[in-house]
Design a protein around this ligand. Structure first.
Ligand code: SR1
Ligand code: MG
Length: 422
């Protein structure tokens, strides 16, 4: 059994001890500025951690604390150091995307807590998408986030010396990366006790996956990229449960899976979750077809996410050639056309990586350990299985043939085809 190192003074907090914890911290007391008793509520609904809201008559804060195990499976031990990686990720990225993440007030090494801004009236994006809320500014915000976080921590911008130092810090996020290696890149493709799927409807596809050599080679290529391609400091778990929205605002939360990895992994996670939401919509219809307008919005959003990310990333690269590669010392003005061409080739590779990773994320949410409410809330299992079948059939094609997609529109056209097939 894995041994979890626990700081001497660590204790899981509860509604009572959290008040003492806050009262012991001048910085938090000053922010909350309350004369009355705080109202504490534990609101964590993710797979891993405790999340508390502390509300006062003046100000509310949010305190996240890891447990030395996986919250949804207590006999799965898990390092408490994950909150350190989350905190470090937020510190580094706050320079460029501080307005797109919660404000951080405190990191406590003993309790492993991160105290931060309570986001209100934000809701978890995945929950909003089940209710068919159109987040019309989302593509604009998330592409700013993706382009800046990925560019500013890459070798295109950082000096190798700085990037290597960051890389060393996050290379130690071994246990969280191992979760992804197992749950995303391995278990859905083999027989594993942690897998589950909508039985018996999806039994046939599950067996096909286990016997599809091309697919298993493709997922191993992706796993190798995940293990070796240290391009940028990634969020590492950028699904729609790690994003909180209002109609106007977007905030990205929960980067405890942060590591140096392939840019396409974060982009792919996001695309996968938008696609999962798309394929789940028919299962939420009260009257057949009542989700058509919403589905159209999701596809437009997917197109916007890639196209706008590409544009923003290219602009950042062109205006900040500060890293040790493609730096301005190499090229004169006449060579700009060739350099621009090279940038576009680079982005094409990221696009194909993103589609492959998106496919892996779609398959894991249908056949692996951790599923999404998008499909899980479809109570009629036969209807859920129909949605999941379409989603996983597209994912299998995407993973094996990622390079055949010339652009994002080719993908969203395929999405429509797979969704209308019977
Ligand atoms: C045991 S953790 C299961 C999943 O929850 C997180 O959100 C990650 O996606 C992880 O793979
Ligand atoms: Mg999370």
């Amino acid at each position: 059994m894995t041994h979890v190192e626990i700081p001497k003074n660590y204790k899981p907090l509860n509604n009572e001890t959290l008040i003492d914890f806050i009262n012991g911290k001048e910085n938090l007391k000053e922010i909350i500025n309350s004369k009355q008793e705080l109202k504490i509520t534990e609101v964590g609904d993710g797979n891993l951690n405790l999340v508390f809201f502390a509300d006062s008559e003046n100000k509310s804060i949010c305190i996240k604390q890891p447990l030395p195990y996986v919250r949804v499976l207590k006999d799965w031990p898990l390092t408490l150091k994950r909150s350190f990686f989350e905190f470090e990720y937020m510190k580094i990225h706050s320079a460029h995307v501080g307005h797109l993440i919660p404000k951080i007030y405190d990191y406590d090494k003993d309790f492993c807590t991160i105290s931060m801004e309570k986001l209100s009236p934000h809701a978890i994006m995945r929950q909003g998408m089940v209710k068919r809320i159109k987040y019309i500014n989302f593509a604009e915000h998330i592409t700013e986030y993706l382009s800046k976080t990925l560019f500013f921590t890459s070798d295109l911008y950082l000096k190798a010396k700085v990037k290597r130092k960051y890389n060393v810090v996050f290379a130690d996020n071994i246990e969280l990366c191992k979760i992804t290696e197992d749950l995303v890149f391995t278990e859905p493709y083999i027989i594993s006790v942690r897998n589950r799927w909508t039985k018996p409807y999806l039994n046939k596809i599950k067996i096909e996956i286990e016997n599809n050599t091309e697919l298993k080679i493709a997922v191993n290529r992706l796993k190798l990229l995940f293990l070796t391609k240290t391009e940028s400091l990634l969020h590492g778990d950028l699904h729609t449960g790690s994003i909180m929205c209002t109609l106007k605002d977007t905030k990205i939360i929960d980067p405890e899976f942060a590591f140096y990895g392939p840019m396409g992994f974060d982009i792919g996670a996001l695309l996968a979750n938008l696609l999962i939401s798309f394929f789940s919509q028919d299962g939420h219809d009260i009257k057949k077809g009542d989700g058509e307008i919403y589905k159209k919005w999701i596809l437009e959003t997917i197109n916007n996410v890639w196209n706008s990310f590409e544009l923003k990333f290219l602009n950042l690269w062109k205006s900040n050639p500060n890293g040790d590669v493609f730096s301005s010392v190499f090229f004169n003005a006449k060579e700009e056309i060739d350099v621009e061409n090279e940038r576009k080739i680079f982005l094409k590779n990221i696009f194909h990586d993103s589609l492959g990773f998106a496919a892996a994320k779609m398959i894991r949410r249908i056949f692996g350990f951790a599923h999404n409410i998008d499909f899980e809330l479809i109570k009629n299992e036969k209807i859920r299985a129909q949605c999941e079948t379409k989603c996983s059939s597209l994912a299998i094609k995407m993973m094996v043939n990622a390079k055949e997609y010339e652009n994002i529109e080719a993908l969203t056209e395929d999405v429509i085809k797979f969704n209308t097939s019977d």
